[in-house]
Design a protein around this ligand. Structure first.
Ligand SMILES: C[S@@+](CC[C@H](N)C(=O)[O-])C[C@H]1O[C@@H](n2cnc3c(N)ncnc32)[C@H](O)[C@@H]1O
Length: 348
């Protein structure tokens, strides 16, 4: 992109570039390109698409700066596309995969913005499938045990000795699979509102051979019958529409000495400050399109991804919790350990 263009022009230009990438992911053209590339006919045959369209796509990828053409074959620009193969704390290929379904949701988002009723977890899940949680997969692999849990030695020791732990809003259950594998003496349960997520999480736990892990369809505001030593909410609290009711429910479910562990994106919550955060645009944009809308639908609180840094501590205090520790993780998350007021001693 030539320098000196108005920001809106260069942003629109990059929208076309990332949309071209997303079209490649959606149609299957991106995979053969990443696997070494080929002629338009070869890419088309591998993806099962029309040859001339493969050529038009390849040309657009070249102009976008994602590929080059050697006169015969389209080749990936490794320096640019290599990051889609991993090595980043997030799954960037899943981020690209989200762009097409998010684009499809725009008319729905437009309605939600007009009428203010949000978009339910189930509707979002039926549009986006497993992609949002795939984005977080590498982060949990790299940081959950060695950083988030390690920064809370009392929790790590308790998990090693064998406790009852829950995650609320676990999605497909990837964080709980890591915990259940690492701490076989502990028992884990994930409670999610969405039955599709629970079905996927249950199947994945069975496939991983984890008898100490199960999932249930349950509203996190309704934990009343269970008893836990640890409740986790990873990258999920800001989706809740009745956060106060969820905290009351957790407080009622925690055994004496139990703890709540909350991980939320470590943006500041001030848009003027977060404008300089390299991930700010993605956090604020995805918040507008679905995190905020989900919280709006489920009870109307409308928290969203930018809420926690400013309001979490006050809400915890309002609902009888005190913050025992906060850990700013290099993953870009703030991990907060909270305990029901007056019971901090056993989790220090
Ligand atoms: C963004 S996903 C987070 C998934 C997972 N924690 C992760 O990081 O991969 C949020 C999850 O919260 C669930 N959820 C939203 N409101 C809920 C509620 N009141 N009770 C239980 N789960 C809820 C949604 O169905 C969704 O699976």
């Amino acid at each position: 992109m030539a320098d000196g263009l108005p920001t809106v022009v260069s942003d629109v230009s990059r929208w076309y570039a990332t949309t071209t990438l997303a079209v490649g992911e959606a149609t299957g053209l991106l995979t053969p390109l990443l696997e070494g590339g080929g002629t338009a006919a070869e890419l088309a045959s591998r993806a099962g698409v029309d040859r001339r369209n493969a050529e038009v796509w390849g040309d657009a990828m070249v102009v976008a700066g994602y590929a080059r053409h050697d006169g015969e074959r389209y080749l990936p620009d490794e320096g640019v596309l290599g990051v889609l193969r991993g090595g980043f704390p997030f799954d960037l290929r899943a981020v690209v995969g989200l762009l097409a379904p998010l684009g499809g949701m725009l008319p729905r988002v437009e309605r939600a913005i007009r009428d203010g009723t949000g978009i339910s977890s189930t509707e979002i899940q039926s549009n986006l499938g497993a992609l949002p949680e795939q984005v977080n997969g590498p982060m949990y692999q790299a940081f959950l045990l060695d950083d988030w849990i390690a920064a809370n030695p009392s929790i790590e020791a308790a998990l090693q000795s064998g406790i009852d732990a829950a995650e609320i809003g676990p999605g497909g259950g990837q964080a709980l699979r890591i915990l259940a594998t690492a701490f076989p003496s502990s028992r884990f349960v994930g409670y999610d509102l969405d039955s599709n997520q629970v079905a996927r999480a249950t199947a994945a736990a069975a496939e991983a051979g984890l008898p100490n892990l199960r999932f249930e369809v349950l509203d996190a505001a309704n934990l009343s019958k269970a008893r836990f030593d640890l409740v986790c909410a990873f990258d999920t609290f800001h989706h809740f529409g009745r956060p106060g009711a969820v905290l009351d429910s957790i407080r009622g479910a925690l055994r004496p000495g139990g703890a709540l562990l909350v991980a939320e994106a470590a943006v500041s919550g001030d848009p003027m400050t977060d404008a300089s955060d390299p991930f700010g645009i993605i956090v604020y944009g995805s918040n507008l399109l679905y995190c905020f809308q989900e919280s709006k639908a489920d009870g109307g609180a409308g928290l969203g991804a930018t809420w926690a840094p400013i309001h979490l501590e006050a809400l915890l205090a309002e609902h009888g919790f005190e913050v025992a520790a906060t850990h700013p993780s290099e993953a870009g998350y703030l991990v907060t350990r909270a305990t029901p007021s007056g019971t901090r001693q056993s989790v220090e």
